[in-house]
Write a protein that binds this ligand. Structure first.
Ligand SMILES: O=C[C@H](O)[C@H](O)[C@H](O)COP(=O)(O)O
Length: 254
């Protein structure tokens, strides 16, 4: 299905397959996530045709996805107008066996979580490198934590000395002197945790969120209904919630 080589091909494959399965003609309000996989989601949605898309509204998770929606000439909305979204499709930095995710590598996880929770169905798209058994297995940067600028030093101190993340650090910008500033004018801390501390991500999420000054944590627990991973051989691995279980299946390369 994908004509692109390597990692880009894997991202495109995951995105195209997820759109084909989850963005159906009756879906009118659609959440668009952030990151380098999501442009392929928009590409596939556009391939569904102008007629179908003119009756739909697309809600972005940040500046990047807003631009994608505008450039594609799709109808733009916001989550304060549409409290219920039919489907949100988004990328992830890592997904575990239970469909818990680390998100926020692009500092968009606050808005992403609002759109994920507002969606009747929240679907992840990623390449095979993000498909793990437990969080922190491959993604070593740590859990992204959005904080109000005024409180960042105190949150850092608490993460290091109370919550057990000695290497927690303020995310610095690459082409600007100073910290990364989110779409909500906040800072981001990246906090790596040992396997022992992150093995129960819901409990860790609660502890981090209770630190005064934390706005949102890039741990998405029990929110995703399915995750699509494009593989190197052209197949797609799907993990999806069925009842109380997560089922894993594969679609062979076409
Ligand atoms: O803040 C950014 C998001 O959580 C992204 O969805 C995540 O970083 C994955 O991005 P990518 O598709 O580029 O790997």
């Amino acid at each position: 299905m994908s004509q692109l080589p390597g990692i880009e091909g894997a991202k495109q494959l995951a995105a195209y397959t997820a759109v084909d399965k989850h963005i159906l003609p009756h879906h009118k309000i659609i959440g668009i996530g952030s990151g380098s996989t999501v442009p392929y989601v928009v590409e596939r949605i556009m391939q569904q045709g102008t007629e179908l898309n003119k009756g739909r509204t697309f809600i972005p998770t940040g500046f990047q996805s807003k631009e994608l929606i505008i450039e594609a000439r799709l109808n733009l909305g916001d989550v304060d107008q549409y409290l219920t979204i039919d489907v949100t499709i988004d990328g992830a930095d890592e997904v575990d066996a239970q469909l818990n995710c680390i998100k926020g590598g692009g500092a968009c996880h606050l808005r992403e979580k609002v759109l994920a929770e507002a969606a009747k169905s929240f679907i992840i798209v990623a390449d095979y490198r993000k498909n793990g058994k437990y969080l922190g297995e491959n993604f070593a940067h740590g859990v992204p934590i959005e904080v109000v600028p005024f409180a960042y030093a105190k949150v850092l101190q608490n993460l290091r000395s109370v919550l057990g993340s000695p290497n927690a650090s303020l995310r610095m910008a690459k082409a600007k002197a100073g910290p990364v500033v989110t779409d909500n004018a906040n800072f981001v801390i990246d906090a790596p945790f040992s396997r022992d501390l992150i093995k129960d991500p819901s409990s860790l999420l609660t502890k981090i969120k209770l630190l005064t000054g934390v706005v949102e944590v890039g741990l998405f627990c029990n929110i995703a209904q399915a995750a699509y991973f494009g593989n190197q051989d052209g197949s797609v691995t799907i993990k999806r919630v069925e009842g109380a279980k997560v089922i894993e299946e594969s679609i062979a390369a076409s």
